[in-house]
Ligand binder design. Structure first.
Ligand SMILES: *[C@@H]1O[C@H](CO)[C@@H](O)[C@H](O)[C@H]1NC(C)=O
Ligand SMILES: *[C@@H]1O[C@H](CO)[C@@H](O)[C@H](O)[C@H]1NC(C)=O
Ligand SMILES: *[C@@H]1O[C@H](CO)[C@@H](O)[C@H](O)[C@H]1NC(C)=O
Ligand SMILES: *[C@@H]1O[C@H](CO)[C@@H](O)[C@H](O)[C@H]1NC(C)=O
Ligand SMILES: *[C@@H]1O[C@H](CO)[C@@H](O)[C@H](O)[C@H]1NC(C)=O
Ligand SMILES: *[C@@H]1O[C@H](CO)[C@@H](O)[C@H](O)[C@H]1NC(C)=O
Ligand SMILES: *[C@@H]1O[C@H](CO)[C@@H](O)[C@H](O)[C@H]1NC(C)=O
Ligand SMILES: *[C@@H]1O[C@H](CO)[C@@H](O)[C@H](O)[C@H]1NC(C)=O
Ligand SMILES: *[C@@H]1O[C@H](CO)[C@@H](O)[C@H](O)[C@H]1NC(C)=O
Ligand SMILES: *[C@@H]1O[C@H](CO)[C@@H](O)[C@H](O)[C@H]1NC(C)=O
Length: 494
């Protein structure tokens, strides 16, 4: 009998171990693609996006909130059908995803449209993922118009009407809760949520800081700020098949774009390290920008890219390189500057990657101070090298923001036209007044509490017989009826 019991225990143990293993593997490979504000699923971008009202057991919604839709946007981007519906909320709303463990891309899709009496221009909300604040007092329309005015002022005539926020989050609790919290009296909305597992390691554990020691990346969450295919055309999400990243063209970020000349190859490129196959699709390495035309001997200028970033964060800058022209080393030697400081000198891509047509990347971390909102990336001549060897090359560029004390959020004081407004002094003043008012209120509450307490004690003493505790009626939570027709009206019940 005892033996049989031993076997049973063993079998049970094995089962538990095997199922735990299977769950872990399953969790690592599961994507969640959510079409918000609808019970219909759509095929977009070569993937199936499940309506958030479809009970599929993989995600849960904490409250029905408001399912909104529009007829206007259907053909305006390849995500058009996905952006026709959104979930609006005037109270906090959670999306909960089960069986999530490991590193994930979390992409939040916002395409503003107004619905009934809900004006997206007045939306303002926070988003928190497993306790990490992603955005704060977020107003999507003003961020979109700010981006459009930035890109138009640098010569691009395209304008965008939607926004995708991308994060890389380590999830270690088997569940991911994405909380949407509207500012009191305001509203928020979300069109789609995309959660894609990152199976391979994308970042080394420690990365060197410009002019300083290494930084340990362990446990830090990341927000993608920019991802560019330098010298080439846009790489669409469905061309980066496992991770579904989008690689923008670099044109509007380059200062004096005609200082660089674009090159490309039709040869086969391979990764310099077999570990790098997820770092970027090979398509990114097939094009590059180099320093002006070969005819010019005196290459005494920098190729410069300028980016607007949030102040007071650390940024990880990833540069993608691949030598497409020269078959021997020492033909192209250059310096890398990040925010006007030398990040690397005597940089020879051929030597570092181990040959021609080898895809290679280099990471740096740099801090942007609280007084600055720009990040400069410059590649320029190596003063030590002769004119012949002085040339630079860049194939791709990514800029990531690193979380700082549990937050990735920065409150941008935009006005409705997308311009930055407000100065920190008035903000501090208002915070000061707020704190003052708050303390007066708290003091008042304490005094009245003491007063009531003393009074009730006195009443208790004087009249103990017909005294029943005052019934405190619990306030009903606000309930919002789900509305699918436009012209719907919010009704709060008190
Ligand atoms: C989902 O859509 C169907 C029609 O396609 C409708 O009958 C049903 O009520 C909808 N369910 C919800 C929860 O909205
Ligand atoms: C959408 O399609 C309609 C007709 O098919 C066309 O008139 C309109 O210009 C298109 N809109 C966009 C943004 O492409
Ligand atoms: C959302 O999730 C957070 C964290 O799990 C929880 O504290 C909060 O009460 C939830 N909110 C709602 C509306 O369910
Ligand atoms: C929202 O703002 C945009 C740009 O300022 C404006 O064109 C649009 O009419 C506004 N929408 C509403 C509903 O107020
Ligand atoms: C601006 O738009 C025109 C016409 O739509 C197009 O031909 C041109 O290439 C665009 N310019 C840029 C810089 O994108
Ligand atoms: C980074 O920090 C983690 C935990 O804080 C530690 O386990 C790991 O060894 C560190 N990595 C490096 C390269 O120092
Ligand atoms: C690239 O690789 C493919 C398949 O591996 C091969 O058929 C082709 O000839 C190669 N092209 C070049 C230019 O080497
Ligand atoms: C690939 O990664 C493994 C495990 O992290 C490491 O041991 C190996 O050295 C890496 N290979 C290269 C070529 O970097
Ligand atoms: C390139 O930029 C760096 C940093 O801004 C600067 O120090 C250097 O002088 C520039 N080089 C040229 C040739 O303009
Ligand atoms: C850094 O270099 C850029 C381009 O040369 C220049 O415009 C900027 O003023 C420099 N910044 C600082 C802080 O020197």
């Amino acid at each position: 009998m005892e033996k049989v019991q031993g076997w049973e225990v063993f079998a049970m143990m094995s089962l538990v171990i095997i199922s735990a293993f299977v769950t872990a593997v399953e969790a690592q490979s599961k994507s969640f693609l959510i079409n918000c504000g609808t019970n219909s699923s759509v095929n977009v971008d070569g993937r199936r996006w499940v309506g958030d009202l479809v009970p599929d057991g993989n995600h849960a919604l904490s409250s029905p909130s408001i399912a909104a839709s529009t007829a206007a946007l259907s053909n305006s981007s390849n995500f058009g059908p996905l952006y026709k519906t959104a979930r609006f909320f005037t109270d906090s709303l959670n999306y909960t995803f089960e069986g999530v463990q490991g590193n994930y891309f979390v992409r939040l899709h916002f395409c503003p449209f107004s619905f009934g009496n809900y004006n997206v221009n007045e939306s303002s909300f926070d988003v928190v993922a497993n306790g990490l604040k992603l955005v704060s007092k977020f107003n999507v329309p003003s961020e979109i118009s700010h981006k459009n005015s930035n890109s138009q002022s640098s010569g691009s005539n395209s304008s965008s009407f939607f926004l995708i926020k991308e994060y890389i989050l380590p999830v270690n609790m088997d569940v991911l809760v994405v909380e949407f919290l509207p500012v009191k009296g305001s509203l928020g909305f979300i069109n789609a949520i995309e959660i894609v597992p990152i199976v391979d390691k994308l970042f080394a554990d420690s990365i060197s800081r410009v002019g300083d020691n290494s930084v340990n990346l362990s446990g830090r969450s990341i927000q993608t700020m920019y991802r560019l295919n330098v010298g080439g055309s846009e790489v669409k999400s469905n061309q980066d098949s496992n991770l579904w990243r989008t690689w923008e063209v670099d044109f509007s970020y380059m200062i004096t774009a005609n200082a660089g000349s674009e090159i490309s190859t039709s040869s086969n490129i391979t990764y310099a390290s077999t570990n790098d196959s997820s770092v970027a699709p090979l398509l990114v390495y097939e094009t590059a920008t180099t320093m002006s035309n070969t005819g010019v001997l005196e290459k005494r200028f920098n190729m410069s890219w300028k980016f607007e970033v949030d102040p007071d964060f650390d940024y990880l800058i990833r540069l993608h390189f691949c030598e497409l022209v020269f078959n021997v080393p020492k033909q192209r030697i250059f310096r890398i500057y990040i925010n006007n400081r030398t990040a690397a000198d005597n940089f020879d891509v051929f030597e570092r990657s181990g040959g021609m047509n080898k895809a290679y990347h280099q990471d740096y971390i740099d801090a942007v101070s609280s007084k600055s909102k720009t990040l400069w990336i410059q590649l320029g001549p190596e003063t030590a090298a002769g004119a012949a060897g002085t040339d630079a090359l860049l194939n791709g560029l990514e800029i990531f923001k690193l979380s700082q004390s549990g937050s990735l959020a920065y409150v941008e004081p935009y006005d409705s036209t997308g311009n930055s407004v407000g100065n920190s002094k008035t903000k501090i003043l208002w915070v000061g007044i707020g704190a003052g008012v708050t303390s007066v209120v708290i003091l008042g509450v304490i005094i009245s509490f003491i007063y009531c307490f003393c009074r009730s004690q006195r009443e208790k003493l004087s009249d103990t017989k017909n005294n029943s505790p005052a019934a405190v009626k619990k306030q009903e939570p606000h309930s919002l009826d789900e509305e699918t027709n436009s012209g719907g009206k919010m009704e709060c019940q008190e």
